[in-house]
Write a protein that binds this ligand. Structure first.
Ligand SMILES: CC(C)(COP(=O)(O)OP(=O)(O)OC[C@H]1O[C@@H](n2cnc3c(N)ncnc32)[C@H](O)[C@@H]1OP(=O)(O)O)[C@@H](O)C(=O)NCCC(=O)NCCS
Length: 168
């Protein structure tokens, strides 16, 4: 299992024991507004999700080095339909605006480049969710095209901006 260290963060696999901390964002409708997964109604739903991650390598919890506190999570997964690794992230509301998503995003790209031989990356965000676009640009992503994406349960479709990053 991989552990990634950045200046202020430790990126590590999450376990069921993280349920209470993770539910702080998976259960927050503001954080969830543009995420594809349905907002979690209780901590047990979060634990079910955390159990489903066991043995997977592509989803990381972001912990503050200083306190050890888990403040968010992100993933970097190969998507056959794009022939690229897709990056995604979400953070506790009280951790927004401090550069953590950018720091973690850069580290995830580097990890996939080094450990998974990833060279082609993509990402998408609801076009109105401009903060996510800022993060992607600061991670080196470039605008690709406009499109849409839907929540996993089909309940909502968002107008989206797509980005790519191609490394040598
Ligand atoms: C999107 C998200 C991950 C950004 O995390 P973050 O740690 O605050 O991001 P960073 O601090 O690294 O960078 C944010 C950038 O967006 C800007 N930003 C932050 N909040 C913003 C807002 N509400 N509107 C516009 N820009 C905003 C910041 O100024 C910064 O850009 P700058 O350095 O050029 O000024 C966080 O807001 C979040 O978890 N949102 C909910 C989940 C989500 O939408 N995830 C992405 C789905 S595609």
């Amino acid at each position: 299992m991989s552990i990634i260290e950045t200046e202020r963060l430790i990126l590590r696999p999450m376990t069921e024991a993280d349920g209470e901390d993770v539910f702080l964002w998976t259960g927050d409708p503001v954080v969830n507004r543009y995420m594809p997964y349905p907002v979690h109604k209780n901590v047990e739903e979060t634990r079910v999700w955390l159990r489903s991650l066991q043995g997977k390598e592509d989803e990381f919890g972001f912990c503050l080095k200083e306190t050890g506190r888990l403040i968010g999570a992100g993933s970097i997964k190969y998507r056959e339909e794009f022939d690229a690794f897709e990056i995604g992230y979400n953070l506790n509301r009280d951790a927004w605006g401090k550069g953590y998503a950018t720091e973690a995003g850069k580290a995830l790209v580097r990890w996939a480049y080094e450990q998974k031989n990833a060279r082609r990356f993509m990402a998408r965000h609801a076009t109105v969710n401009t903060a996510s676009g800022h993060v992607l640009k600061k991670c080196g992503f470039l605008f690709s095209h406009y499109g849409q994406y839907s929540r996993y349960d089909g309940s909502e479709t968002f107008d989206a901006t797509y980005y790519t990053l191609h490394l040598d």
